[in-house]
Design a binder for this molecule. Structure first.
Ligand code: CO
Length: 164
């Protein structure tokens, strides 16, 4: 188990675009394992490589069944029904906001061996998929917030407060 240091708001790395992953090697696998360990430790819903200081297009997202989806070079290929919902981010401790996101999103990505797959998510999962892919493009959720809210409102809106 290896934890990586999180990058926080104010670090310009969060605003940079990540480069595609081209080598599906042991180094990538270690990064993915570390992202998972770091996300579990932080009790978050998703984590992108730039949030641990690595500007590569890799992210993980917690799925409703408790498994982690590893997304390499992910792209949103379909989405619908924009809805507003509460959102947070491990790189922005104690900040939450209302962000419009698709209710459904389908992502095409590669796995750690370079094989392509598609993954669809609904609700909080669709939100996390979009949030993590935004990180790979240097987009932070605070730039999309329509209204900042406090922790009580987060709980009222979605019954929990995991951060992406
Ligand atoms: Co985030």
């Amino acid at each position: 188990m290896a934890l990586r240091k999180l990058v926080y708001d104010g670090d310009s790395i969060l605003l940079k675009k990540s480069r595609p992953v081209t080598a599906f090697d042991a180094r990538l696998h270690t990064l993915l394992d570390d992202l998972r360990d770091t996300l579990i430790e932080a009790e978050g819903a998703g984590l992108a490589a730039p949030q641990v200081g690595v500007l590569r297009r890799a992210a993980i997202v917690l799925l409703p069944d408790g498994e982690f989806a590893e997304l390499i070079n992910p792209e949103i290929i379909a989405s619908d029904n924009i809805e507003e919902g509460a959102e947070g981010c491990l790189s922005f401790p104690n900040i939450w906001g209302v962000v419009p996101r698709p209710l459904h999103a389908t992502v095409r990505a590669q796995n750690r061996h370079g094989e392509f797959f598609e993954l669809s998510g609904e609700g909080i999962t669709a939100r996390a998929l979009c949030h993590e892919i935004d990180h790979l493009n240097g987009v932070v959720f605070t730039s999309l917030v329509t209204r900042f809210i406090d922790a009580d409102e987060v709980i009222a809106m979605r019954g929990g407060g995991e951060d992406e």
